[in-house]
Design a protein around this ligand. Structure first.
Ligand code: G6P
Length: 593
């Protein structure tokens, strides 16, 4: 979490830093700040968004600078806790993303040596630590300081009297943008794309010295060369494109995302799936993920067990990290949009240490997950800016369909039938988007309630979880998800006429049982909105409202239903006037454990 940026070149640094920070606000947005090297280092920071900071800024002239947008971990959002942090002499300023595990020991030692601290953050030890080793050579001081530091970091260091930025990376993302006569640094590519499409991804353990015309990188073995990559998408891809919110734009991109992800791995003519993966011998699969990606994993379990007849477990990465899991010949698959979620990276590392082969399913080229896992399967969602994952979730589902089909143990005809249906999904999703107005009215209806329940069975139970997550994260309506059969074991106590229930009544072998559960819910007088197949003629009799979804083979219903649930959450949040793309207290990429 947190986004950091740096600039060195011949232009005024301040507007470039502010623009780059705006592009990174999805990583955190409770406070922000910049430091520019003029005759001295000028630091400006405060609680709130970049837009507010910008309004209050004097025009600082300076061609070197650093910036930070924060998602609080150590210390509440406040001016003193905002970055950049600066040393006692006012000559070394640092922006940091990550967590310094041993900051308290370092802070105690530095305090004894006479350093004075002004924040509650772990990050503030960095400028003081570098200052304590500084004898005129910034690079040496940074390298020496890092020896003392345990934890995760991406850092940019700015120092008075030095025409260079020092950067370092360990377990937090950092990218250098390559310009002509100028260079840029940032936590993520969107911050750079206004200025350059050439980027170098740093690796863990890298330290860099960046000037306006040189990028020198070192690791423990000495100077290293890292490849320069050209980013294949533009800033336009990361703009709202006329939509009110990134989330809505990203929901509408889903037919394209499905086509692109299928197109990368499914032959256009033959029913052949080629994931380009080296074959791995395994007896079972463990899917690991966090948040929305975990819900994709839960669907993945159904798919892999049904289509490929492989035993599958799914675990939340942060739980797996503290578990006593026993893994045998297990193929461990981490699902992560960003490829940077700290809990997931820790989980993949743990699985590797246990001797398992690992695969990362991710959206982000060059992300940490791709470096840690043995193999990578890229989804093709393109950059996702809205904090609430939508198109990346759909692309993850598509990846899991492809994975299951690549391992299918079923007769050729059934497999080909599934592939045919898979190809129809973009059009089916488009049908839902075409009926958006009809769905929006139910979103507005939900916005008037304080609580909601989502229920489903079978392969759609993860969709109930995902629907509830979407609603709570962007509209702040308390939402719970249950397998419909579980309601009677406690949650019924909460059902009242003020508790709407969204029931996914998929046309599969769970349908009859769902109807029974819906009747039980109605007996408690809760209003019920059902998501039901367009061909379902019975459902109207049992529920208050019906949202019709296009008919698909039952195995593909999660794709269809999730789009409806995304729109429901979006319109509920919009009606409540919420900050949809940047919900309170959240961030898109969670790079702390
Ligand atoms: C954050 C985001 C979620 C996302 C989760 C996992 O909490 O707000 O939308 O699902 O991280 O992220 P990942 O990048 O690993 O899929």
């Amino acid at each position: 979490m947190c986004g950091i940026v740096g600039y060195i070149g011949d232009r005024d640094a301040q507007p470039i830093l502010l623009q780059s920070l705006r592009r990174l606000e999805y990583r955190g947005y409770d406070s922000c700040g910049i430091a520019v090297l003029a005759s001295t280092i000028k630091v400006h920071k405060d609680v709130g968004r970049v837009e507010q900071l910008e309004k209050a800024l004097p025009r600082n002239k300076g061609k070197l600078g650093i910036g930070h947008t924060r998602w609080a971990t150590h210390g509440k959002p406040s001016k003193s806790n905002a970055h950049p942090h600066i040393d006692c002499s006012g000559k070394i300023a640092v922006v940091h993303n990550g967590v310094i595990d041993n900051f308290q020991q370092l802070r105690d030692k530095l305090t004894q040596e006479g350093h004075r601290f002004h924040s509650d953050t772990d990050s503030e030890v960095m400028p003081h630590l570098i200052e304590s080793y500084y004898q005129g050579d910034l690079e040496q001081a940074v390298r020496r300081a890092l020896v003392d530091v345990h934890g995760s970091y991406s850092l940019i260091v700015l120092a008075a009297n030095h025409k260079e930025l020092l950067v370092a990376r360990n377990e937090s993302p950092l990218v250098v943008g390559v310009g002509d006569g100028e260079n840029f640094v940032a936590s993520d590519v969107p911050a750079l794309l206004d200025y350059t499409d050439r980027v170098i991804y740093l690796e863990d353990g890298d330290v860099g010295v960046i000037t306006d015309d040189e990028i020198r990188l070192f690791n423990q073995a000495g100077e290293v060369r890292r490849e320069t990559n050209v980013i294949p998408w533009t800033m336009e891809d990361a703009q709202k494109g006329g939509y009110d919110h990134f989330m809505l734009k990203e929901i509408h991109e889903q037919p394209r995302v499905i086509r692109d992800t299928l197109g990368g791995y499914l032959s256009a003519i033959e029913p052949e799936v080629d994931l380009g993966l080296e074959s791995t011998e395994f007896e079972d699969i463990l899917l690991l993920a966090c948040g929305t990606s975990y819900h994709a994993g839960l669907v993945g379990r159904y798919l892999l067990e049904k289509v490929a007849r492989i035993p599958v477990r799914v675990e939340i990465a942060s739980e797996f990290n503290h578990s006593n899991a026993v893994l045998g010949k297990t193929w461990v698959i981490g699902i992560t949009q960003s490829g940077e979620t700290a809990d997931l990276l820790g989980a993949i590392k743990k699985a590797k240490q246990m001797g398992c082969k690992t695969l990362a399913i991710t959206n982000c080229v060059g992300s940490s997950a791709t470096r840690i896992a043995d193999q990578t399967f890229y989804i093709r969602a393109q950059p996702e800016i809205g904090v609430a994952a939508t198109k990346s979730f759909i692309a993850q589902l598509i990846a899991l369909y492809l994975l299951a089909l690549s391992q299918a143990k079923m007769d050729i005809k059934s497999r080909e039938g599934l592939i045919r249906e898979l190809r129809l999904l973009p059009d089916k999703v488009q049908l839902i988007l075409d009926g958006e107005d009809g769905i929006s009215k139910y979103g507005k209806y939900l916005s008037t309630y304080d609580n909601a329940f989502f229920v489903a069975r079978g392969i759609n139970f993860p969709m109930a979880l995902e629907g509830a997550l979407k609603l709570k994260e962007i509209s702040y309506i308390h939402a719970e998800a249950y397998p419909a059969g579980e309601l009677k074991h406690g949650p019924f106590a909460l059902l009242t006429p003020d508790t709407p229930v969204i029931a996914i009544a998929a046309g599969d072998d769970t349908y009859e049982a769902m109807l029974t559960n819906i009747k039980e819910i109605k007996a408690r007088e809760s209003p019920v909105i059902a998501l039901a197949d367009e061909a379902d003629e019975d459902i109207d009799k049992f529920v208050d409202y019906v949202i019709r979804v296009p008919s698909v083979a039952p195995i593909f219903s999660p794709v269809i239903n999730s789009v409806v649930l995304q729109l429901l959450a979006y319109y509920a949040a919009k009606e409540r006037g919420c900050s949809i793309d940047m919900p309170r207290n959240l961030a898109k990429s969670v790079t702390v454990k």
